[in-house]
Design a protein around this ligand. Sequence first.
Ligand code: SF4
Ligand code: SF4
Length: 122
Amino acid sequence: MVRELLKHLLRRPATSKYPFEKKPPFKGFRGRPVWDMKRCTGCELCYKVCPSEAIEMTGKGLEAEFKHHLDRCLFCGQCEEVCPVNAITMTEEYELTSYDRAGMITEFKREEKASEKPIPIR
Ligand code: SF4
Ligand code: SF4
């Protein structure tokens, strides 16, 4: 037992020093989804496909705006996958805590006038 204890005392810790040392997320990591409202056409596909009702949509078409509820999001990436104009990106953001539920809501609003045309598909 003592031998085993001494052996482990001389070893480096298996854990990382998070949050002082942060490792970059691995390839394909799905963090917070973000909406590029300049691309969005308001087709409603992301809103309809979300399995956990994390996407709240107001307005229609080019006037559509979103509230994303992080506390409901499963980070499944279906919204990103289904968007026909690549308006949604699963970012590498993973430090997503808040002291209350209101802090878990991100609003995506339109800056440009609703009459402006969206950016064409990439
Ligand atoms: S990642 Fe999944 S759960 Fe989260 S908002 Fe998109 S579709 Fe909904
Ligand atoms: S799927 Fe894309 S284009 Fe359609 S409403 Fe969602 S963000 Fe907008």
